[in-house]
Ligand binder design. Sequence first.
Ligand code: 5GP
Ligand code: ZN
Length: 106
Amino acid sequence: MKCIFCTINETVLENKLAYAFFDKYPVNKGHLLIIPKRHVEQYFDLTLEERQAIDDLLFKGKELLDQQHQPDGYNIGINCGEEAGQTIFHVHVHLIPRYKGDIDEP
Ligand code: 5GP
Ligand code: ZN
């Protein structure tokens, strides 16, 4: 099965089993997505090697964003399943830079 993330071509980081690229609708400046190259729907169906490849790009992505934007913190998130908010059914890890004062206080 193929999906839009199987055909992504604007990657910024790559290793043997994973890619990283910028989110098309970023929730914050520098929002990165990290995916396995193989089409897998759920995080829990990844192999250990794929999880390690994703983790490698998570750290490399942080280095890149530290250089580009100097964020003050990060959110790392994975939505697993429709009920959990997953909208694209090809595993992706969100790496979201956070900046001091970026939360709208009530
Ligand atoms: P989910 O809600 O499934 O965890 O996140 C899907 C993410 O994919 C969203 O943050 C959304 O903005 C992003 N997205 C949707 N379509 C595209 C696309 O065509 N290209 C890129 N780079 N990101 C996309
Ligand atoms: Zn896919």
